[in-house]
Design a protein around this ligand. Structure first.
Ligand SMILES: NC(=O)c1ccc[n+]([C@@H]2O[C@H](COP(=O)([O-])OP(=O)(O)OC[C@H]3O[C@@H](n4cnc5c(N)ncnc54)[C@H](OP(=O)(O)O)[C@@H]3O)[C@@H](O)[C@H]2O)c1
Length: 226
């Protein structure tokens, strides 16, 4: 059975779905979505919290069809001014929470023989060149992409795909608007993105048609040159 988009039935778990891009994705799957955020009582940086939340989800709804991880704090500080605390936080928020969430959820997907995992990187993080604007953040996103590519191969034979979405400047009430205004001239399409621009790509990755797409980075940035 599939929905109107051709996505197979099953729960869609959005980690970080309380605001911004995650919230828009959750709204697109409102009839079958579970949201995990700290405000909703689940801390993706805490293994016990994830384990308890996953046990409840499995009890109530069974193994989810899709895991979308959108957690990932941003910071624009030069490397020489990045404190150890800020560095650790960026890697915890962008990389560790993704690994721990994947470890809590994906084994059941593998056992069930199907699943879709979508991790959120950032436009430019997979290019091998300097990123002056937010270097520690982009280092963390590059690590996330490499981890996601490896995971894709680990679980491919089990019918689980793993892909990364890299947004450019996406506007929402909590986005970094001052930074986006500064960068806008570098977007050939000439506008900031909307959350719906990203939701459309996630819909594709969850659709039945995307079953042969795995280990990829899909960039949604209007051609951003930065
Ligand atoms: N917006 C953009 O223009 C843009 C551009 C490039 C890349 N991205 C990436 O795209 C993703 C989504 O961006 P966004 O702007 O929508 O993010 P956002 O506004 O910062 O929202 C992040 C969500 O994650 C939750 N969260 C944070 N830490 C958590 C934790 N430890 N455990 C559970 N939930 C946690 C937050 O809720 P709580 O505070 O309640 O936990 C919130 O709902 C991020 O990975 C970001 O780096 C965004």
């Amino acid at each position: 059975m599939t929905d109107a988009d051709g996505a197979p039935a099953g729960r869609v778990l959005v980690v970080g779905g309380g605001q911004g891009i995650g919230r828009a994705i959750a709204a697109a799957y409102a009839d079958r979505c579970t949201i995990w955020t700290r405000k909703s009582g689940v801390d993706a940086a805490d293994e016990a919290s994830l384990r308890d939340a996953y046990a409840r989800l499995e009890d109530e709804h069974g193994t989810p069809y899709a895991l979308i991880h959108t957690v990932g704090d941003f910071s624009e500080v030069p490397l020489l001014e990045t404190s150890e605390h800020a560095y650790r936080h960026l890697f915890e928020s962008n990389v560790t929470t993704a690994l721990m969430t994947v470890q809590a959820v994906v084994p059941a997907m593998v056992a069930s023989g199907r699943g879709r995992v979508v991790l959120f990187a950032a436009a430019g993080a997979d290019r091998q060149r300097a990123v002056l604007r937010a270097p520690a953040y982009f280092a963390a996103k590059a690590a996330l992409i490499q981890m996601g590519r490896s995971l894709a191969l680990e679980v491919a034979a089990a019918g689980v795909t793993v892909n990364m979405v890299s947004p450019g400047l996406i506007d929402h009430p909590h986005s970094h608007r001052e930074s986006q205004a500064r960068m806008l001239e570098k977007v050939p399409v000439g506008r900031v993105g909307e959350t719906d621009d990203v939701v459309a790509v996630v819909r594709y990755l969850l659709s039945a048609e995307a079953s042969y797409v795995t280990g990829q980075v899909l960039t949604v940035d209007g051609g951003l040159q930065a």
